[in-house]
Design a protein around this ligand. Structure first.
Ligand SMILES: Nc1ncnc2c1ncn2[C@@H]1O[C@H](COP(=O)(O)OP(=O)(O)O)[C@@H](O)[C@H]1O
Ligand SMILES: [Mg+2]
Length: 352
């Protein structure tokens, strides 16, 4: 992330850092209500919940904000990289709860963990296990987590569980071997991609938190292009907006225009580009563009010669031949937000 342009645009801090920063939290796109619901579930319900969203959509930020809002009586175990095997995951949870790593056998470790959970419960403490990137967990480790969710006192479960993961988490939980765990999922939250108008509001929000106070820093065509290439994912929006700001700064411009967003997009690896851009790219990249133009010119030329050779009905056919449905699709009309919203309407399930 660049800080070069901060003074140029009168910003106090970098507006588009890609590390989750609670100060920049944007509550639109259902993020605020989902955060509220997560805090409610963590404090009131018992069982397993899942939060599913594409990479870069804000899962980790939500998990951190939720944990920060829990009352003091809560003890949270947060596992950021849960690729542990079934023994390691018990060890990691035990370590976080302050248990010494003395016992060799799995049964011994599990029993010690159970004792600790009972002790905390008796002391009025509630334990929440939050697993980020849960889609990367080996099946045996998820099973181990399910067994933890079985541990209960006379009236209550001793540990609540939240799994945050990419859509692959749904596939993982759909496996027949995880049927029992699936039955224990009491809530599933779906964090959708940001829509066109939400992307505009997101950018405006981050810029204002960073100190921007004037009317508009991104022109409407720039925003529209950003919507098209970002795929509605916050991390990607941050990357693109940061690069576009840097490009505008290097040109001495006070407003970011479509060309700077376009140049930002060309710097990202193709896997990081949005759906709409991938769809449009064959008609926009130079080789295809030139080939299409050449073919079109050749066809038109042939037609003109043919028409000139006095085939009367060919003039009408020549006019119709200039309408290429594919090219028409790649240059849609209408307002930018409407245009791009429809391109986000049916995103692929896994784009990365
Ligand atoms: N609601 C939001 N408000 C502000 N920034 C967000 C929001 N959601 C995501 N971001 C930003 O997008 C980036 C990716 O978010 P992250 O939580 O790491 O996504 P994920 O865990 O889904 O891959 C982070 O820089 C984060 O600050
Ligand atoms: Mg994450």
């Amino acid at each position: 992330m660049s800080t070069l342009y901060l003074d140029h645009f009168g910003l106090k801090k970098p507006p588009f850092h890609i590390t989750p920063d609670p100060d920049f939290f944007f509550s639109g796109g259902q993020r605020g209500p989902i955060l509220g619901a997560l805090v409610h579930v963590a404090t009131h319900d018992e069982g397993i919940s899942t939060v599913v969203a594409e990479v870069g959509s804000g899962k980790t930020l939500l998990a951190r904000l939720m944990i920060a809002q829990l009352p003091p009586a809560f003890c949270t175990v947060y596992l950021a990289n849960p690729c542990f095997n079934r023994d390691e995951i018990i060890e990691a949870i035990s370590r976080d709860l302050g248990l010494p790593d003395l016992l060799a056998s799995r049964e011994g470790k599990l029993a010690a963990l159970q004792q600790e959970l009972l002790r905390r419960h008796a002391a009025g403490q509630r334990v929440l296990l939050v697993i980020d990137e849960a889609h990367t967990m080996p099946i045996e480790s998820i099973e181990e987590v399910r067994l933890l969710s079985n541990i209960e006192s006379a009236q209550h479960k001793l540990v609540n569980i939240m799994l945050f993961g990419q859509p692959e988490l749904d596939d993982l939980l759909a496996q027949p071997r995880l049927r029992q765990l699936r039955d224990r999922v009491i809530h599933r939250f779906d964090l959708q991609r940001l829509k066109a108008d939400e992307i505009g509001a997101y950018i405006d929000h981050r810029l204002r938190v960073a100190g921007w106070s004037s009317a508009r820093l991104f022109s409407l065509p720039a925003l529209a292009h950003l919507v098209r290439v970002s795929d509605g994912r916050a991390r990607r929006i941050n990357l693109l907006a940061d690069k576009a700001l840097l490009a505008a700064y290097s040109l001495g411009k006070q407003e970011v225009d479509e060309a700077q967003v376009s140049s930002a997009a060309s710097e990202l690896p193709s896997g990081q580009l949005g759906l709409a851009r991938q769809r449009l790219q064959p008609w926009r990249s130079p080789p295809w563009h030139m080939i299409t133009a050449c073919l079109g010119a050749a066809a038109l030329g042939a037609l003109v010669v043919w028409a000139a050779l006095a085939v009367p009905w060919a003039r009408g056919a020549g006019a119709a031949a200039t309408t290429n449905p594919v090219l028409e699709q790649s240059q849609p009309t209408g307002s930018p937000s409407l245009r791009f919203e429809s391109s986000l309407a049916a995103p692929p399930k896994k784009a990365d």
